[in-house]
Design a protein around this ligand. Structure first.
Ligand code: ADP
Ligand code: ZN
Ligand code: ZN
Length: 741
């Protein structure tokens, strides 16, 4: 039997079937040997959990050396055949060990060699019909209605004992509900608290009438139901994408199909979840990093059993089994957090497209600022191109103005023009949003006498001053030191703060606008649980006049009362070394801009810069994101960068600087031996920040204009890399389609 073992090793491993347990008469049931079940296997001198992949009849290993599977852990497969195919594809495409990929797809608790004991408690769950039934139909059977309400609220099923405890004896009512096909028997995962993902009464709000653009989008996608088709949904912020998602989810549910909705971050966007909950007759099952392992496992089983119409999740949810999957939605598809940056490095967006293809269903990639790769696919006709060009309802798009701040006196980092505009808006009872993408008080602390600068002990980076917490803090590794009173180098007391972060802006604004309510939204002010929601709510209620913050402001929140947006300092990112920096900057500007002036209040955007002539800013201003994207794609083509070529990045790091370079040099030699035409090797070179968290980092870039030769090279190279000697302390990783470099 062929098994993928939870270990960072390439390849699969062969075992004999399990032996009958000693001392018992039970022969292990052959019926349980189904691909997709977990097994416990002897592995080296230890035991590991693995997933059974195939019942192979031949082996390339020496049959006499094969060991027996110790135990089959699950009574039925956790992963269906199509899920196994997807994960195998992903492991292969991203050059990762299959075991790692598989156990990324499974809830963390299933990595332990604990048998799933699904049969321990018997319970009931609502059927598809029971989940969508209008409870009013049961008004003449109050007991059944009460039961169904409780059962639906329990989502993945509720035990008989618990039902009796809540409602008293209820056998006849249960029999009736079962006879009407509204509930069914199920087993309950014991010891896991119920997740609050049930179904409530039908929602009151039917939503607005769709505008013609929205109608067209919904029609296009619903016509593709039941077959594979990818779509780019390019909709300006506020154009009603969420409304379109809701209608599509309803349409899929009406066909009896599940929807998978992937979002970059759930913690930052409580609004979406609330909107879905308010508008759909079934509560979404939710999977993200902020929930407990127990709840995650329970939710996972619930959707895997087909008992939820929609799964809302962050990137790792893309691998969750959904037996009735009929639609995949990826919101904010340009967002970099859809790409996992450590361990099993994959892009949830790209896996989503592959999954839709395997399942045979439509996939919709939505964004106001699509990734250049996605736009390119739409331009080539590989993806259907759906547009929502205007804001929904009455909202007018905001106007952007560049403000040249060369030779301008700044107060609190604000030019006179911006300060005056702010006063005007605040006086008229409107809100102002200020965007500054740097947290802390000041990015540099320096000694005026000797020129000493606060630097991290472990990184090639400066320490950021956090004044309220009296710390110098490294934003790259988390190391900090107490704020020195005098220069650590020469003892002089004249320490000066250079530059401005959100904490300083906050302080200085309070001096400049003393009678104004000001709120700051960044990682420092939202560290405490619930604080972000509280801040957003205060802004929504109009209790705040000036809202300032970092890129957290750009993440999907609506600020309908904001009429003026000030973008304070993006000049640095205009000249960053990463070839994707212009794209990210343009996306950030457009996203922040789109937060303003919804509904009846028009918005204005003022962008302060010392480089008003910069071509990126000019193209963005003149022709919007589409104009920028056209210019940027032309540049990428010229430079043979993605999407006009394909990249893989081999990174290595170690406590000594020579070690990663030597490793990459020998990796390069192995790549050269494989001699794929059209594949170019660049490097190795030190990483942009060579030393980070006390480790020296270097990288080797592999580039090819065509995917085929690159894939062929990677197949052989990955094996070679795993066979290379690994000096002490060396870590390496291969990143396919890298997002930051
Ligand atoms: P997006 O996700 O594209 O940024 P949303 O779906 O959040 O946009 O919609 C923006 C606002 O417009 C929301 O307040 C939403 O309720 C409203 N809206 C959406 N569609 C319509 C419509 N057809 N008519 C009126 N208002 C709409
Ligand atoms: Zn000094
Ligand atoms: Zn550091």
């Amino acid at each position: 039997m062929r098994v993928a073992v939870a270990a960072p090793l390439l390849g699969t491993f062969d075992y004999w079937p399990p032996l009958a347990p000693c001392g018992t008469d039970a022969v292990p049931p052959r019926a349980g040997w189904v691909p997709g079940v977990r097994v416990l296997v002897p592995f080296g001198r230890s035991r590991r959990v693995g997933v059974l992949l195939e019942l192979a009849t031949t082996t390339e290993q020496d049959p006499t050396s094969l060991k027996h599977i110790e135990r089959v852990l699950d009574p039925q497969p956790l992963l269906a055949a199509v899920d196994l195919v997807l994960i195998r594809w992903a492991a292969d495409y991203y050059c990762q060990p299959l075991g790692e990929a598989l156990f990324t797809a499974l809830p963390v608790r299933l990595r332990r060699p604990r048998a799933l004991d699904l049969e321990q408690e018997r319970g009931v769950a609502a059927t598809a019909a029971g989940r969508v039934l209008d409870l009013a139909e049961l008004r003449r059977a109050p007991k059944q209605r009460a039961l169904l309400t409780v059962i639906r609220a329990a989502g993945s099923g509720i035990g008989r004992a618990e039902l009796t405890r809540q409602l008293g004896s209820c056998q006849p009512a249960l029999r009736h509900l079962r006879a009407r096909g509204l509930i069914e028997d199920c087993s309950i995962v014991p010891g896991v608290p119920a997740a609050a993902t049930g179904v409530r009464a039908a929602p009151a709000d039917a939503g607005p009438d769709l505008n013609p653009h929205q109608v067209e989008v919904v029609n296009q996608v619903t016509q593709a139901f039941g077959q594979f088709r990818s779509f780019l949904l390019e909709g300006v912020t506020g154009s009603g994408k969420t409304e379109v998602y809701i209608r599509l989810i309803q349409a899929a549910a009406a066909r009896g199909e599940q929807t998978l909705l992937i979002v970059p971050e759930i913690g930052l966007t409580p609004q979406l979840r609330q909107q879905l909950a308010a508008r759909l007759p079934f509560a979404p099952a939710v999977l993200h990093s902020g929930i407990s392992d127990g709840e995650r496992e329970r939710t996972w089983h619930q959707v895997a059993a087909g008992r939820s119409e929609i799964l809302l999740g962050t990137r790792s949810a893309i691998f969750t089994p959904l037996p009735r999957l009929g639609l995949i939605l990826v919101d904010e598809e340009h967002d970099t957090s859809l790409k996992q940056q450590d361990g099993f490095r994959y892009s949830a967006r790209d896996v989503a497209v592959r999954r839709a293809q395997l399942v045979g269903c439509p996939v919709v990639l939505g964004s106001a600022t699509p990734a250049l790769e996605t736009l390119h696919n739409a331009q080539l006709g590989r993806y259907g191109w759906l547009r929502l060009p205007v804001r929904a309802g009455a909202a007018a798009p905001p106007r952007i103005a560049l403000l040249d701040i060369r030779n301008q006196p700044l107060q609190a980092g604000l030019s006179g023009v911006l300060r005056e505009s702010m006063r005007g808006e605040i006086a008229s009872g409107n809100q102002v949003l200020l965007f500054l993408n740097r947290r802390g008080y000041a990015p540099v602390l320096t000694c005026h006498a000797c020129g000493w600068v606060g630097e991290c002990l472990h990184c090639d980076a400066r320490l950021t001053l956090h004044l309220a917490r009296r710390r110098l803090w490294c934003h790259h590794c988390g190391w900090f030191q107490p704020l020195p009173r005098a220069c650590p180098s020469c003892g002089d007391a004249d320490l000066r703060m250079l530059g401005q972060g959100t904490e300083r802006l906050d302080d200085e604004l309070r001096a400049l606008f003393p009678a104004t309510a000001i709120a700051r939204l960044d990682r420092d002010t939202t560290r405490r649980q619930g604080e972000l929601a509280r801040l957003l709510e205060a802004v929504r209620r109009g209790e705040v006049q000036i809202l300032l913050g970092t890129q957290m402001l750009a993440k999907g929140h609506d600020f309908p009362r904001v009429t003026l947006v000030g973008i304070l300092d993006l000049d640095q990112s205009l000249y960053a070394s990463d070839f994707r920096a212009p794209e990210r900057t343009a996306q950030l500007i457009v996203q922040v801009t789109g937060r303003a002036g919804r509904a009846e209040r028009p918005g204005r955007v003022v962008l302060q810069t010392r480089h008003p002539e910069h071509p990126l800013l000019q193209s963005l201003l003149r022709d919007g994101y589409a104009g920028f994207a056209a210019a940027a794609l032309a540049e990428r083509q010229e430079a043979e960068l993605p999407p006009f070529s394909h990249l893989a990045l081999l990174r290595a790091e170690a406590p000594m600087p020579e070690v990663p370079m030597a490793f990459l040099m020998s990796a390069r030699t192995h790549a050269e031996v494989l001699r794929e035409p059209d594949v170019h090797l660049w490097g190795p070179i030190p990483a942009p920040m060579e030393r980070r968290a006390a480790r020296y980092r270097a990288q080797l870039l592999v580039q090819s204009p065509r995917r085929g030769p690159l894939r062929r090279l990677l197949a052989g190279w990955t094996r070679a890399l795993h066979a290379l000697p690994r000096p002490r302390g060396l870590r390496w990783s291969l990143d396919i389609d890298p997002q930051d470099m």
